[in-house]
Design a protein. Structure first.
Length: 288
């Protein structure tokens, strides 16, 4: 099932796509968050109003304000090494998770403003995992049991920060917090176009990912190449915090980011991310 959040006649509603994705069946008002726990528990949904043509609605991010938007850094070896860094030793490593604010979330077709604090804005095609149950300390072998679905995402990232005054950028703390701040900017977490329920994704470690900028292929990878699998990421996250229905976890990006070649996004550039079976997410950069 492909679940969506959309705007129709000025109201935000949620539903699911029918047939060839040209028709949406309404389920209620608001985004998908409150729906996910009963869906995960019962596996059924009850429709409300008559179906609508997708052309008559504005698709939004499936989850507009999740309780937590987590992301994994450096979770593909080819992404780690493309900039010249040595490969990571998984046996001496734990997943590197960070949080992005809900204000970074935008949906399919939304414009993303270029920030005033960076001229080095980059793309990162990623698989997103959506939690469907409240859980803590979940073992790896049971981690996918609390996943309600998956979605296409883009961890847009500013690779450097300029606040208008000189700083000691050689300081490791300054570098880390600049890196982190570069993940937090408005519009830097596009999600969508829909959430595909877990029953339609038999193996989240067998999904092809691609990203095009202005029609030119920049990234092409597979989730099979993750250092830590979706189950391992979910399990690890649950050791740090209670996971709740609607939480989203972005799982890292393969090689092909702009930072590897010094190519960055500019106003008018269009990014299209596709994860096999999960749809294509397209967004355009606009001037600050």
């Amino acid at each position: 099932m492909k679940l969506v959040t959309y705007r129709h006649d000025g109201a935000v509603q949620h539903g699911y796509l029918l047939e060839d994705e040209t028709v949406v069946q309404p389920l209620g008002t608001g985004d998908l968050g409150p729906l996910l726990e009963p869906l995960h528990r019962k596996g059924t949904l009850r429709a409300t109003d008559p179906a609508l043509p997708v052309a008559d609605v504005e698709l939004l991010a499936p989850l507009l304000r999740p309780g937590k938007l987590l992301a994994a850094a450096a979770n593909y070896q080819d992404h780690v090494t493309e900039s010249g860094a040595p490969p990571l030793d998984r046996s001496r490593l734990s997943p590197r998770l960070f949080l992005k604010p809900s204000t970074s979330i935008v949906g399919p077709g939304a414009d993303i403003p270029l920030p005033t604090v960076s001229k080095e804005v980059d793309w990162e095609a990623e698989l997103g995992v959506v939690i469907g149950a409240t859980a803590r300390d979940v073992p790896v072998e049971a981690a996918l049991d609390i996943v309600v679905g998956y979605l296409t995402s883009n961890d847009v990232s500013a690779r450097s920060m300029d606040f208008g005054y000189e700083r000691d950028t050689g300081d490791k703390a300054v570098w880390f917090f600049d890196w982190l701040a570069g993940k937090w900017l408005d519009g830097f977490a596009p999600l969508g176009p829909y959430l595909v329920t877990a029953d339609e994704v038999p193996d989240p470690q067998a999904l092809e990912l691609t990203l095009d900028v202005n029609g030119q292929r920049k990234q092409h990878g597979s989730t099979k190449d993750m250092i830590f699998s979706c189950a391992e990421l979910v399990s690890f996250a649950s050791t740090l915090m209670t996971l709740e229905p609607g939480d989203v976890l972005l799982t890292g990006t393969p090689s092909g980011v702009g930072a590897a070649t010094g190519e960055y996004l500019k106003a008018g550039d269009e990014m299209s991310v596709t994860v096999a079976g999960l749809g294509t997410l397209t967004n355009r950069m606009v001037g600050p």
